[in-house]
Design a protein around this ligand. Structure first.
Ligand code: GMT
Length: 377
């Protein structure tokens, strides 16, 4: 099949999922065209089946806001015609589903029918899409998609609760590539450069936005390190980072916290991590938690959104109510204080991560593509 994938190219779950999906589809012989404003961060390799088309938005002084949706829909029309693309798969409703719908209509005018699959990722529904300024357009473009998918049962339910959706929403969970790199002894381990062997390594990875509750990460760690020797690795960058550093200074733990920025070595970091913290306000899925679990790292998280579908309470880690840092710290210590318990949680985390192996999930997308092309949906 010839598939166009529209996504955000930046660090962030939806772009990562879209890119990994496209790359895996290409490996299986499909022709994949990524269409976005810059090359997605995880799109390292272009090959015979992987194409990238940049959307350029010319600046014009009259415009206070540059019309990205317009440029994207025009690019979609051009690329569909040039490469005979058969399916549009847009990730993140805003503005991709809207631009995709416009492209569909323009193509229809020229006698070209192309189905659009829209994958909802979370904040496009829960935080941004729900805003009254966007809501009618988001609802319209979801309902006008030929197929709608969401990355968790929780997000599906929230979408039905928040919008007047007339379409069926298919749940296809996020996935992980469980390849040979997992527990690969050849990956250089820099653990000794980060922490003493007596110290537990605790990690948080995110884009440091408010929804991630970064102060909770710091407060949970502050409590943990009162009881056991530990280091906290803060991976990623975003608006909450400076305040987090300030909080660490205030709590007198700055020497135990490393802010590593947008690292390209997340796999290495996770490979020597003992525990992952994700106390988010809401998380449609929590891909970062799954990525940690794939490296046998147990997860301490909030119980919001789709997190209970990924992090299984008492098995791969623990879930607590949002903001309950005492409970999260106590749960973390119950895993970290004992070697046998830690080993058990690590094994469980990997076992659950394996159920999200891309090998199991990708056929679900392929199946939907086939059905929509055969007009069975
Ligand atoms: O929240 C983020 O860090 C980024 C955001 C995105 O759209 O890129 O992530 C959302 O999509 C991810 C991939 O499906 C999910 O794993 C995240 O849980 C979801 N974030 C939220 O719901 C807050």
């Amino acid at each position: 099949m010839k598939i166009a994938i529209v996504c955000y190219p930046t660090f962030g779950g939806s772009g990562v999922v879209a890119t990994e999906l496209g790359l895996e589809l290409a490996k299986r012989g499909h022709e994949v065209h990524f269409i976005t404003y810059s090359q997605p961060v995880r799109l390292a390799l272009l090959g015979p089946n992987v194409h990238y088309h940049e959307v350029n938005v010319p600046e014009y002084p009259l415009f206070h806001y540059q019309p990205y949706e317009l440029a994207l829909s025009s690019k979609l029309v051009d690329m569909v015609k040039l490469y005979d693309i058969e399916i549009l798969h847009v990730h993140y409703a805003i503005p991709h589903a809207y631009a995709g719908y416009m492209a569909k209509q323009m193509l229809k005018d020229e006698g070209i029918e192309i189905p659009m699959v829209t994958t909802l990722h979370g904040t496009d529904i829960t935080l941004v899409g729900n805003h009254p300024f966007y809501k009618p357009a988001v609802c319209f473009s979801i309902n006008k998609s030929d197929v709608v998918t969401s990355v968790s049962e929780s997000l599906k339910q929230q979408t039905y609760d928040l919008f007047n959706i007339t379409k069926e929403i298919h749940v296809i969970p996020n996935f992980i590539e469980l390849n040979n790199n997992i527990n690969d002894p050849t990956i250089p381990c820099m653990r000794s450069a980060i922490a003493k062997s007596s110290e537990r390594i605790i990690t948080h990875v995110s884009n440091f936005r408010k929804v991630k509750r970064i102060p909770d990460v710091v407060k949970i760690f502050a409590k943990i390190q009162e009881k056991i020797p530990a280091k906290l690795l803060m991976v990623g960058d975003g608006p909450e980072k400076a305040a987090a550093e300030e909080l660490c200074r205030k709590l007198g733990i700055l020497d135990k916290v490393l802010f590593l920025g947008n690292s390209n070595e997340v796999d290495q970091i996770l490979s020597y991590t003992d525990l992952f913290l994700l106390p988010s306000e809401t998380e449609s899925f929590g891909l970062a938690a799954l990525e940690a679990m794939a490296w046998s790292v147990p997860v301490i998280s909030s119980n919001s959104g789709g997190l209970p579908e990924v992090n299984i309470d008492g098995i791969s880690g623990f879930l607590s109510p949002v903001g309950d840092v005492d409970s999260m710290a106590a749960n973390a210590l119950s895993i970290l204080e004992d070697e046998v318990t830690l080993a058990q949680f690590k094994a469980n985390a990997l076992k659950i991560a394996k159920t999200f192996d891309i090998i199991n999930i990708l056929p679900l997308y392929e199946d939907l593509y086939k059905k929509v092309l055969n007009k069975e949906l």
